[in-house]
Design a protein around this ligand. Structure first.
Ligand code: NAD
Ligand code: UDP
Length: 320
């Protein structure tokens, strides 16, 4: 198959590119590097089955030749990123999704949308099944991301129902692993980098809010299976193991062996209190569930960031 991945130079897009290439497919990547990095795809330079175009998918987008699938992953994803780029975030969720769906229709390609647990907002139902409609503040700071993704889901269903495009929607819950950016502001990367630098971990609020953390290889497997065997209704993908932010901080302190403390910062506006995926559907339809324990996944991610920091400052690698 020849697969187009938007956001291919991002954290998830680059791992997905690797996965499709490893299975013998060809990949066309598009990215404008607003939050991604050429470093994430540098290892693919010279790979004859990988093509790359630097382009903003919120503007008219055309790829020559046949396409069998389009995975639309372009969008700032970290709260820090989408608060810094609110309008590009709204545009890529709306205009970018429209462009990507238009191309899927024109090429008769299957389409998969990277949606998010944020469509559930600050949920009143816990854990969150796909049938839950969510509790989102449209005019709060996070609304730029949440509503863009909700619009993207509605647009995807419209192309499915009205134009007969073969579509998938994955609602991705917090995912972490190698190739996250050191300063992307997400809790896992923040805490690990702070611990490795010997700095206090910044807990927002009292740390009692919860998240469920999925390792990237598990998520990529779930996306791949959804693309191949899923249906057109949304599918939650994430790890149901739920931690408070305080528990995550303690685990990272333990795994890094860092002699550090925590500091408390104000809780950001509309920060969801709880989040845990109900993955009953993915288990049943895709025979999928995460394999990596949070402890093992964090250890691998710590090792990755150790190397990233060591490349910048040799003293960090030596633990001094
Ligand atoms: P990321 O920021 O690492 O990757 C996003 C990529 O999209 C970046 O490379 C960025 O440069 C690119 N991009 C953004 N706008 C673009 C545009 N207009 N044109 C072309 N490229 C553009 O983030 P990620 O964690 O890899 O997230 C990828 C997708 O998965 C996003 O759609 C995000 O909403 C979704 N998602 C991620 C998570 C997670 O935990 N990582 C959770 C839920 C949903
Ligand atoms: N968080 C924190 N310290 C940080 C970064 C984030 O306590 O340095 C909290 C944040 O307030 C949220 C949780 O960790 O409750 C997850 O934040 P993240 O930005 O990773 O993603 P979100 O799930 O909010 O989209």
């Amino acid at each position: 198959m020849r697969i187009l991945i938007t956001g291919a130079a991002g954290f998830l897009g680059s791992h997905l590119s690797d996965r499709f290439l490893a299975d013998g497919h060809s990949v066309v990547g598009i990215d404008n590097f607003i939050t991604g990095s050429p470093d994430n795809i540098a290892h693919l330079v010279g790979e004859p089955r990988f093509e790359f175009f630097r382009h903003d998918v919120s503007t008219f987008t055309y790829v020559a030749g046949p396409l069998d699938g389009i995975l639309h992953f372009a969008s700032p994803a970290s709260p820090v990123d989408y608060l810094e780029h609110p309008i590009p975030t709204l545009k890529v969720g709306a205009l970018g999704t429209h462009n990507a769906l238009g191309m899927a229709k024109a090429k008769d390609a299957r389409f998969l949308l990277a949606s998010t647990s944020e469509v559930y907002g600050d949920p009143k139902v816990h854990p969150q099944p796909e049938s839950y409609w969510g509790h989102v503040n449209p005019v709060g700071p996070r609304g730029v991301y949440d509503e863009a993704k909700r619009f993207a889901e509605a647009m995807t269903m419209a192309y499915h129902r009205y134009h007969g495009v073969d579509t998938r929607i994955v609602r991705i819950f917090n995912t972490y692993g190698p190739r996250m950016r050191q300063h992307d502001g997400r809790v896992v990367s923040n805490f690990i980098v702070q611990a490795l630098k010997g700095e206090a971990l910044t807990i927002f609020g009292d740390g009692s809010q919860t998240r469920s953390f999925c390792y990237v290889s598990d998520l990529v497997e779930g996306i791949y299976r959804t693309f191949m065997h899923g249906d057109s209704e949304p599918t939650n993908l994430g790890n149901p193991e739920e931690y408070t932010v305080r528990q995550l901080a303690d685990l990272i302190i333990e795994l890094t062996g860092a002699a550090i403390d925590v500091v408390h910062h104000p809780l950001p506006e509309d920060d969801p209190r709880v989040r845990q995926p109900d993955i009953t559907k993915a288990r049943r339809l895709l025979s999928w569930e995460p394999k990596m324990t949070v402890r093992d996944g964090l250890s691998r991610t710590i090792e990755y960031f150790r190397q990233v920091l060591a490349a910048e400052r040799p003293s960090v690698a030596a633990g001094t």
